[in-house]
Ligand binder design. Structure first.
Ligand code: NAD
Ligand code: MG
Length: 390
C-alpha cells in the first residue's frame, strides 16, 4: 500500500484526487487530509478514507473538527504548524493542492522528508521555485507537475533531451471574457468572472483565468519547473481547452498533448508516474469535435501576461512579490473593493514599488525572506488599491 496525503483535500483538485484514490481503496493508505472551513467535508472524507489525521488550516475550527471526528479514530489538528507537521509525516506521495502562497511551507516540509510532491499549488513555484527545486534535490525528493499544461509538457518531454527543446507553448482558454468587448471589462461582476467556459475549478483560479493571471503564473511556473528561458515560453489562446500544451523541438517538430478538460488526467498521471494507468476520463472524439481553434492573446485584454515577463526579467524574489500582490488584488476584487480591470493595474503598481526594495528582492531565497517579500507586496497592493478607489 502506498502512503499518501492530500493537502487542500476539500478543494477542487483535492476532491478529484480523492475520487481517483477511492477507486482503488486497497492500493492506498491515507496519512493526512487537510482543508479549511468546510469541516463536514474534511471530516467525512477523512473517516471514509481512514486517514490518520485531518487538519483544518484555521485554529478556531478545531473544536468543530474534533466534534466531527469524535470516536472515529481519526486525529484532529488545526493551524499552520499542524499543516507543516502533517507534511512531515512519512508518506510516499503528497498532493499539494492548497490554494495560494499558504501551500509553500507544507510543500517544502514534504520535500525535506524526501517525499514525492505532486504540485498543483503553482503559487509555491512562482514564489520560490529555486528554493523548492534545491530542497527537492538536496533531499532526493521529486516534484511532479499537476497543472494540466505542465503535466502535458512533462509528458511531451518524456524520453527527450531538454537541450533539444526550442520552445514551450502553453494554451489558455481565454477565460470568461475572451469574447467580451474590451470596454465592458471594467464592469465585469464577481459572478461573471467566477464562471469558466471549459473547466470546473476553485473560485480563485477561475477568476485568475478570466484575467489571465493564471496563465501569467503558469508562464513563470514553466520557467521554474523546466528551466527554459522566458523567450522560449509562448501562450496561445485555444478556446476548446483540448490541447493543453505543445513542445517545439530544434528539428521543428511540435508535440501536442490533447485530452478532455478533466484534471483527473494530470492528477492521475502524477499519481501513477512513472507508469501510465487507465483513468476514468472522457475519450476525445476528434471527428465529432471537428475543429480546434488557436489565436494569439490580445495584450490589451490580458495585461497580466506582460507582467509575468517583467517579473522574470527582474529576477530575485519578484515572483513572490507578484504572487502576493496578485493574491491581494484578487481578495480586493472578491470583496468588491476594486473592479476587475483594477487587479492588473494594482499588481503592476505594487510590483514597481517592490522593484525599488532591491536589498529585499535580491536577498537569499529562504522561506523567511519569501514570507517578508510576500507581506510587503500585499501591503503595497492594498495601498495601490486604496489609491485607485480614491
Ligand atoms: P479550491 O479553492 O477549490 O481549494 C483550495 C484548498 O485549499 C481547499 O482545501 C481549502 O480549504 C484549502 N485552503 C485555502 N486556503 C488555505 C490556507 N490559507 N491554508 C491552508 N489551506 C487552505 O482550489 P483548487 O481549484 O482546488 O486549486 C488548488 C490549487 O491547484 C491552486 O494552487 C490552483 O492554482 C491549482 N490548480 C487548480 C486547478 C483546478 O482545476 N482546480 C488546475 C490547475 C491548478
Ligand atoms: Mg493550468
Amino acid at each position: 500500500m502506498r502512503k499518501v496525503s492530500i493537502f487542500g483535500a476539500t478543494g477542487s483538485i483535492g476532491q478529484n484526487t480523492i475520487d481517483l484514490i477511492r477507486r482503488a481503496p486497497d492500493a492506498y493508505d491515507v496519512v493526512a487530509l487537510t482543508g479549511g472551513a468546510n469541516i463536514a467535508r474534511l471530516a467525512g472524507d477523512a473517516v471514509a478514507l481512514r486517514a490518520d489525521v485531518a487538519v483544518t488550516a484555521y485554529d478556531d475550527r478545531l473544536p468543530d473538527l474534533r466534534a466531527a471526528l469524535e470516536g472515529t479514530g481519526v486525529e484532529a489538528a488545526a493551524g499552520q504548524a499542524a499543516l507543516v507537521e502533517a507534511a512531515a509525516r512519512p508518506a510516499d506521495w503528497i498532493m499539494s493542492a492548497i490554494v495560494g502562497a499558504a501551500g509553500l511551507a507544507p510543500g517544502l516540509e514534504a520535500l525535506k522528508h524526501g517525499t514525492t510532491l505532486a504540485l498543483a499549488n503553482k503559487e509555491s513555484l512562482v514564489c520560490a521555485g529555486r528554493l523548492l527545486l534545491e530542497t527537492a534535490a538536496a533531499h532526493g525528493a521529486r516534484l511532479l507537475p499537476v497543472d494540466s499544461e505542465h503535466s502535458a509538457v512533462f509528458q511531451g518531454l518524456a524520453g527527450e533531451d531538454i537541450d533539444a527543446v526550442e520552445r514551450i507553448v502553453i494554451t489558455a482558454s481565454g477565460g470568461a471574457f475572451r469574447d467580451w468587448p474590451l470596454e465592458d471589462l471594467p464592469t465585469a461582476s464577481l459572478a461573471q468572472a467566477s464562471s469558466h467556459p471549459n473547466w470546473d475549478m476553485g473560485q480563485r483560479i477561475t477568476i485568475d483565468s478570466a484575467s489571465m493571471f493564471n496563465k501569467a503564473m503558469e508562464v513563470i511556473e514553466t520557467r521554474e519547473y523546466f528551466g527554459v528561458q522566458p523567450e522560449q515560453i509562448e501562450v496561445l489562446v485555444h478556446p476548446e481547452s483540448l490541447v493543453h500544451a505543445l513542445v517545439g523541438f530544434t528539428d521543428g517538430a511540435l508535440m501536442a498533448h490533447l485530452g478532455a478538460p478533466d484534471m483527473r488526467h494530470a492528477i492521475g498521471y502524477a499519481l501513477h508516474w512513472p507508469e501510465r494507468r487507465e483513468l476514468p476520463v472522457e475519450r476525445l472524439d476528434l471527428a465529432r469535435i471537428g475543429q480546434l481553434n488557436f489565436r494569439a492573446p490580445d495584450p490589451a485584454r490580458y495585461p497580466a501576461l506582460r507582467l509575468a515577463y517583467d517579473v522574470m526579467a527582474r529576477g530575485g524574489m519578484m515572483g513572490a512579490a507578484f504572487n502576493a500582490a496578485k493574491e491581494q488584488a484578487l481578495d480586493d476584487f472578491i470583496s468588491g473593493r476594486i473592479r476587475f480591470t483594477d487587479m492588473a493595474a494594482v499588481t503592476e503598481t505594487a510590483l514597481e514599488r517592490m522593484s525599488a526594495e532591491r536589498d529585499l528582492i535580491d536577498a537569499a531565497m529562504t522561506l523567511d525572506n519569501v514570507t517578508r517579500v510576500d507581506h510587503l507586496a500585499r501591503q503595497q497592493a492594498a495601498r495601490a488599491a486604496e489609491e485607485r478607489i480614491g
